[in-house]
Design a protein around this ligand. Structure first.
Ligand code: 25A
Ligand code: L14
Length: 334
């Protein structure tokens, strides 16, 4: 019989936590015991999994007795504080936060790209940044065929990336705006309804945001190629779910737009949506709730000898967070 696992979901009451539970149920993940962990604020709440209610427990250092696998999405500080205790208790943890991603001893994994890194873990495997995951899913086959030298990317990131409270804020601000009342931002620094905010995460000394620099460093680590140059601009847009990205690449070898389309048509985790004649291209409303990264608008960059432009969209809570983490665990237990 298939081995069943004792799973703890850390950050169960958040946006990614809810998605963990949905995807575990959808994929019929073999679970023996399920433990739901969150902060004190959520203690005593009950969440539904497979039609049954489970209590939310307060996360402590003793929460991990008997747990084999931890799926964590409770932010970087909770990860740093509590996951070492989970490892001591014998669990393998997949962490969604930025806490451990650039740690040399921690694999940073997208199963379509570098599944071989999974077995090198020392108890913690890091799930990459959502914008980086969908970009490398699309670019990896192109990199293997033509070697990408430089990536210029602009992201259009939905509010769900910043958590459940930000989802509620876009909803509330939209209602206030449409009733012609004055919008007062609470969660975001500025109005997000009917606006764009060109800042995700904090600013660094080089005038880029931390989100933009995550895309630089994480892309190199996942693709295992420190020579790839990445320039990112990350924008928050008033979309609930799914991030979109405008990507321009320069390759060493020439590759045509139709060759790229052929690669995308068979790439794992990718769905080619690229038919200008029928006005078919990736959009966040079509990516929401889906597992695949949608890829389209594939064009030759006519301003340089070896360049391609494309446009992608993927569900940031699924492939960008919960689904990617569960795919890592599926490989781990195989
Ligand atoms: O630090 P990072 O990496 O930048 O991550 C910051 C945030 O991004 C989300 C996640 O937010 C995280 O907190 N996140 C992380 N990785 C992500 C990814 N890959 C990601 N989002 C997208 N993609 P979230 O809101 O979705 O989820 C937060 C969950 O973590 C639990 N949590 C937080 N701190 C914890 C903790 N659990 C244990 N110990 C800690 N120290 C959090 O549980 C949630 O499950 P919770 O109990 O704190 O709260 C959820 C409920 O409580 C309400 N609430 C929140 N803050 C307050 C509050 N109520 C009153 N006062 C507050 N200050 C929420 O509305 C909700 O109902
Ligand atoms: O490093 O959209 O995974 O604010 C968590 C917050 C990704 C962006 C991470 C957001 C980030 C996300």
């Amino acid at each position: 019989m298939e081995k069943k696992h004792n799973i703890a979901v850390m950050g169960a009451t958040g946006a990614v936590g809810a998605s963990f539970l949905n995807i575990l149920a959808e994929r019929k993940f073999p679970i023996d015991n399920l433990k739901l962990l969150a902060s004190e604020r959520s203690e005593g709440k009950k969440l539904k999994f497979n039609g049954k209610l489970y209590p939310v427990e307060k996360l402590t250092h003793n929460s991990f007795k008997g747990v084999d696998i931890v799926l964590a999405s409770a932010g970087a500080s909770a990860g740093l504080e509590f996951l070492p205790s989970a490892v001591k208790a014998g669990a393998v943890c997949v962490d969604n936060s930025s806490a451990f991603r650039m740690d040399d001893k921690v694999p940073l994994v997208v199963p379509e790209v570098n599944p071989g890194m999974i077995k090198k873990h020392n108890g913690i495997i890091a799930n990459p940044n959502c914008s980086t995951i969908q970009m490398v899913v699309a670019l990896w086959p192109i990199h293997r065929a033509a070697r990408i030298k430089r990536i210029v990317v602009t992201t259009f990131q939905s509010v769900s990336g910043a958590g459940q409270k930000k989802i509620n804020e876009l909803w509330n601000q939209s209602k206030v705006f449409l009733s012609k009342k004055k919008v007062k931002p609470v969660e975001f620094a500025y109005q997000i309804a009917f606006n764009l905010i060109p800042q995700i995460d904090v600013f660094l000394d080089n005038r880029y945001t931390k989100e933009e620099m995550k895309m630089v460093h994480e892309t190199r680590k996942i693709m295992g190629d420190p020579s790839i140059n990445v320039n990112a601009t990350c924008i928050r847009v008033p979309v609930f779910f799914a991030h979109s990205e405008s990507i321009n690449i320069e390759t060493e070898k020439h590759i045509s737009a139709s060759e790229v389309a052929s690669l995308m048509a068979v790439a794992p985790g990718v769905k080619l949506v690229d038919d200008p004649a029928k006005q078919r291209y990736p959009m966040p409303i079509d990516a929401e709730g889906k597992d695949d990264t949608l890829v389209g608008r594939i064009r030759q960059d006519e301003s340089i000898p070896n360049g391609i432009s494309l446009w992608i969209a993927a569900d940031n809570i699924r492939k960008g967070a919960a689904l990617n983490a569960i795919q890592i665990v599926e490989q781990l237990i195989k």
